[in-house]
Design a protein. Sequence first.
Length: 256
Amino acid sequence: MIPRIGAQTIVWGEDIRDRMDAILTFLAATGFQGIETGIRHFSLDRYQSYREIYQKTGLALLGIHSGGKFWEPDQAGDEMKKIKGTVSFASRVGSKYLLVSGNPNETVASMQAAAATYNELGQRCLDAGIGFAYHNHHWELVNEGAILNVLMNETSAELVSLVLDTAWAYIAEMSVETLMRRYGDRIAYLHIKDVRQEKFCELGTGEIDHDATISLARSYGIEWLVVEQDYTSLTAEESMRANMRYLRSKGIGENE
């Protein structure tokens, strides 16, 4: 399978809500086929207009990323109440997944305690007709991925998937091949970006062997590679054009 190319809109910073139409039009014209966006950039009462934008541009809404301190036992109940509207919106707008991330101070014990909450959130998403996925950073992958291993072992494969961030894996010195071998059948899609001296940069300008990542994605049937350019010294548009040019040089991505 040749992976399709998606984009996280994070590189546009805090202007996303006001510029959503223009950003999506640009991404579609540049060759991206799917997007992921944070929930705070949506007006929750405009789900129908967003659906129309996706239909017009042909972009698939791969994921909506939400916050929430689900790892805090004293706050998990309140967080589950608050996220009800987010799950409903994600379903109505046609997102494939709802995503959350964890806690920089996570431990094996805290992840064991949080696993039941992630299962419950996954069930809510399943009931709403969407998937639920956890997005890793580096802290889950230290010590040979001990914390992520707890999450995957203590949650249901039907309810909790993984958006595997390959750059954070590199920073944690964790082999993407090992992670694929462990969790390949639970990976919703990959986040890709490059790293130079532990700072993020455009694809092909850093230290990561993306040929290996692309080869693994093909081998494991990963449908989507999502470019997540957290920040850039370029304009957002220049950055995403550069990322697309790189991916096309590797034989993936649609031609302009």
